[in-house]
Design a protein around this ligand. Structure first.
Ligand SMILES: C=CC1=C(C)c2cc3[nH]c(cc4nc(cc5[nH]c(cc1n2)c(C)c5CCC(=O)O)C(CCC(=O)O)=C4C)c(C)c3C=C
Ligand SMILES: [Fe+2]
Ligand SMILES: [Fe+2]
Length: 340
């Protein structure tokens, strides 16, 4: 059987580090109502304000991490696709990006033209958020509807507590853990608090420091913060870490709204001032290294930590194309349930 494709989807990057390409990318990304979840006129106004200064700043940041082959996020995702191809025996393995080039639309049209009948859609996000998982799924469904493509979908659910993902994370971190460190910071991508409250009709979230740790199964299903804390706890347990050796924070805040805490910037300051000399940082919300890991943590975070009194910040690479991650993703994708 060769008519069942696997479609890997990640976030996407600008086409180049030019300010014009970065502006185009940011406009598409931030105008997505799942990312900035405000009514269109307010979103348009806010994004237009962001687009005054941000493209030049981000273009500069992208230029500092860009590879000769292109954006690290895209190149690493392509390598993952190549590594997955021989393992997925049911048909082709394709790759799409939610924003920028390699669109989901083009990928689904290409697969349908190849005679594919079923597609396992794999949003490459371990923890659920509307701004990542939902927008990928909704875009794929929109394409199937608008283009009238007769494709049966299966969808890989968020895999934040799946043993295969956690074991791959431990295996990829092991060489760094083994070299010794004073503290391990698990820095997840942040999210505006508003996004959590929207998916929390029972009013559970953000009621206290521990609310997400004690989340019921129902809350855990959609609470991004709860899923991050769960991934972190399970990782620490599997890696044999002691309480106090590690902590969690949230990075990449944008704008003035309140985002989920603790902020990574604040933790880097606290840890440096508290006498931590060697700090390991892992970013388990990203499966591929990107601007947010390489520049925000590896460059700016490093500088900030040293200014606060720390000596060395070691950024543990994301799962990228680690062989155990490739095997894990195959197993997780095989299990993905069919959409009815
Ligand atoms: C309101 C703004 C944003 C939300 C909400 C958000 C959620 C979110 N994003 C990721 C993963 C990635 N984000 C990346 C870059 C990035 N993110 C935002 C804003 C929001 N993200 C911006 C403006 C940017 C662009 C870079 C910049 O200008 O700072 C990336 C990397 C892309 C790359 O090309 O390398 C990833 C990956 C998650 C997982 C998430 C919610 C949980
Ligand atoms: Fe982001
Ligand atoms: Fe919560």
């Amino acid at each position: 059987m060769t008519d069942h494709a696997l479609l890997l989807v990640n976030l996407g990057s600008p086409a180049s580090t030019s300010v014009a390409d970065v502006r185009r990318y940011l406009n598409q990304f931030l105008m997505d109502p799942y990312v900035i979840d405000l009514p269109w006129p307010i979103r348009r106004l806010l994004v237009s304000l962001i687009l005054i200064k941000r493209p030049a700043q981000s273009a500069h940041a992208y230029a500092s991490i860009w590879w000769p082959e292109g954006s690290p996020l895209v190149v690493l995702s392509q390598r993952l696709q190549q590594a997955m191809a021989p393992l997925w025996r049911h048909g082709p393995v394709d790759l799409a990006m939610r924003y920028g080039e390699l669109s989901i639309e083009k990928a689904l049209l290409r697969l349908a033209a190849q005679g594919v009948k079923r597609v396992t859609l794999a949003p490459l996000y371990p923890q659920f958020a509307d701004s990542t998982t939902t927008t990928v799924i909704e875009e794929a469904k929109r394409v199937l509807r608008d283009q009238q493509l007769p494709l049966q979908l299966a969808i890989l659910p968020p895999f934040f507590e799946q043993p295969e993902y956690l074991d791959a994370l431990v295996a990829s971190a092991q060489p760094h853990l083994a070299q010794g460190f004073d503290h391990l910071l698990l820095s997840f991508h942040g999210l505006p608090e508003r996004h959590l409250h929207k998916l929390d009709p029972g009013g559970h979230c953000l009621k206290g420091a521990d609310c997400c740790k004690t989340a019921s199964l129902q809350v855990l299903a959609t609470c991004y913060r709860a899923q991050c804390l769960r991934s972190a706890e399970l990782f620490a347990e599997r890696a044999g870490l002691q309480p106090g050796q590690w902590s969690v924070s949230f990075q990449s805040r944008l704008g003035r709204a309140k985002w989920i805490e603790p902020y990574t910037e604040a933790r880097l300051d606290e840890l440096g001032k508290a006498g931590v000399k060697k700090l390991l940082v892992m970013c388990p919300a990203f499966v591929a290294d990107c601007i947010e890991t390489l520049e925000e943590i590896g460059m700016r975070g490093q500088e900030q930590f040293q200014q606060a009194g720390g000596e060395e910040l070691v950024l543990v690479p994301c799962l990228n194309e680690h062989p155990q991650w490739v095997t894990a993703l195959r197993v997780l994708s095989e299990r993905a349930p069919k959409e009815l």
